[in-house]
Ligand binder design. Sequence first.
Ligand SMILES: C=C1C[C@]23C[C@@]1(O)CC[C@H]2[C@@]12CC[C@H](O)[C@@](C)(C(=O)O1)[C@H]2[C@@H]3C(=O)O
Ligand code: AKG
Ligand code: FE2
Length: 328
Amino acid sequence: MVDQNNPPLFNTYKSFFSHQPSDQHRMAETDECELPLIDLSCLKNSQAQMIQCKRDIVTASSVWGFFQVVNHGIPEELLEKMRSIMVNVFRRPFETKAKERLFDFSPHSYRWGTPSATSLKQLSWSEAYHIALSPSPQQEKQSTRQTIEEFATLMSNLAHQLSSVLSEGLGYEGTYLKDSCTCNTCYLRLNHYPPCPIIDEVFGLIPHTDSDFMTILVQDQVGGLQLMKDGRWIAVKPNPNALIINIGDLFQAWSNGVYKSVEHRVMSNPHLERFSVAYFLCPSYDTMIQSQTEPSMYRKFTFKEFRQQVQADVKLTGHKIGLPRFLA
Ligand SMILES: C=C1C[C@]23C[C@@]1(O)CC[C@H]2[C@@]12CC[C@H](O)[C@@](C)(C(=O)O1)[C@H]2[C@@H]3C(=O)O
Ligand SMILES: O=C(O)CCC(=O)C(=O)O
Ligand SMILES: [Fe+2]
């Protein structure tokens, strides 16, 4: 049984409900799609299959900004362990999550709702933990931390494998991103979307693009993820065997717009709670994001500058502006 007051979204944001008319953000009908599906085992097959697989990755990243991968090398058992960690951690009382440290889950890394929201359309009906992945001391690791690190390592390997294919697709050395994306800025985001009593008025996660190079998402079978394609929102059909990959803002800028950082959102659900976990591939803060082709759509900027600008905009306006801020 889910506690309606954990986290206290309804009570905290109730002033929005009484004073504002519904935004009617839930379209009557949204098409459902299956994302381009890439079988990563093909990268180990014949030369011809490997080349075709790489081409498919490049095409999906240019046309969709999103694709799904199977035979990705993350064992089913590990995915189940991650899910049970999330269930245990999010089912703890709200006061514990907001005030106490347990395993790797400090109150500092816990977020819920949207503190900067000034209206319903800026509110996310969800809670999350951001888990930094900087190396931690080897001794006496809790089994939770061990599982998280094992999972993060495999996600990181996969992210590097894919980003190297995408770098090559642009004509660069496959190692470019591996050198700048050390793991001290990469992070995991554990997402929990509790059932929502006002689904017509509030998103599970408000529309956004990701502020990284690439995101790998593990979602459950509840559904709710939607992405913008050709000016329309389309719902992503969950596939139990697949991970979802999406291009982030930094890859869009670095590729001079070849790879697309596509807006996405999560719809709330009236009955079912939903869990997902995302791995964000980020570079060190001083990495310069600069396209090598001319004319460049964006001025050059460091990742640190980008992060600070996003945070400042979110604080000031309630929403992220992102790449349009950096147009040349
Ligand atoms: C209010 C917001 C925080 C956020 C940017 C946004 O406008 C909408 C979604 C949030 C999100 C979700 C994924 C990533 O964790 C994140 C860093 C991002 O790029 O979009 C966060 C943003 C944030 O926490 O600053
Ligand atoms: O939960 C999802 O399906 C998407 C999560 C997401 O977009 C994010 O964490 O950035
Ligand atoms: Fe996202």
